[in-house]
Design a protein around this ligand. Structure first.
Ligand SMILES: [Zn+2]
Length: 263
């Protein structure tokens, strides 16, 4: 039996709470070694579409890497047109077979930024996956973009007893308050380092206040998690090689937020 998300939160360690590792990435071991050297203990690896799922499971099963990688399976809202009942059934089947190894259902959610014409289909897919999470009492990693009102309403209706993580949180202070009051977790990533993210910085500063010498667990207690969403969302001034983002940058995102709340 693998660790559960609750157990990881109790450790005072830095972990990448939302990443997309690619099994065919020839640099994966180098990236994971860099993460370890940067002080990142675990990577929570998301599945976003049926074609990913076996790779996500295998990457954690083989564990030839030096780092513990926790697998999660889900269908991203951007995949909504490519999936139907068969794929949801396949997801149920894989979760039934592997729920001891799986850490969360994810990445799932609602994205109205690119498309508003398929809201109903997106909601149906989101709810179907929340039902799988409920059945196995599994946490969920939720993607929300330009859809906070609907996502917060659906999550309220569904009454999950497990942890809800709003990954890559970019909502307003009001959205943050609602989420925190309900006990959800919020994921902070490289977006916070961008010069254009003034409102987001102000939102987190307002919520977190002044924290001196904060450790990872001080943030987890406040339901704030760190993530990379790598290979996307490379933070500004990341020192890792190449143009992609990678789990090692969880450490610099943590340092950035720590500095931000010190004053
Ligand atoms: Zn993601």
């Amino acid at each position: 039996m693998m660790k559960k998300f609750k157990d990881i939160l109790k450790e005072n360690c830095l972990f990448d709470s939302h990443a997309h590792l690619d099994l065919s990435d020839r640099l994966i071991n180098e990236k994971l070694d860099r993460a370890k050297k940067a002080g990142v203990t675990y990577v929570i690896n998301m599945g976003t579409k049926p074609a990913d799922w076996i790779d996500v499971l295998n990457l954690s099963k083989n564990q030839q890497t030096s780092m513990l990688i926790f697998p999660c399976l889900g269908i991203h809202p951007e995949e909504v047109d490519a999936v139907g009942e068969a794929e949801i059934a396949e997801l149920k089947n894989l979760v039934t077979k592997n729920h001891d190894e799986l850490l969360m259902i994810g990445e799932i959610g609602l994205d109205y930024y690119w498309r508003q014409d398929n809201k109903e289909k997106q909601n149906k897919l989101f709810i179907a996956q929340l039902e799988i999470a409920k059945k196995y009492n599994m946490p969920v990693s939720v993607h929300v973009r330009a859809a906070y009102d609907d996502a917060l309403a659906v999550l309220q209706e569904q009454k999950l007893s497990s942890e809800i993580i709003l990954h890559s949180f970019t909502g307003t202070y009001n959205d943050l308050k609602i989420a925190i009051d309900r006990g959800y977790y919020l994921g902070v990533n490289g977006i916070i380092t961008y010069s254009g993210a003034k409102e987001l910085k102000a939102t987190f500063k307002k919520y977190l206040g002044t924290m001196k010498d904060a450790e990872p667990r001080d943030f987890y207690k406040k339901h704030i998690l760190f993530e990379t969403d790598s290979p996307l969302l490379r933070p500004s001034n990341a020192s890792t090689p190449g143009k992609e983002n990678e789990p090692a940058n969880t450490a610099m995102i943590f340092e950035f937020v720590k500095k931000m709340v010190r004053v």
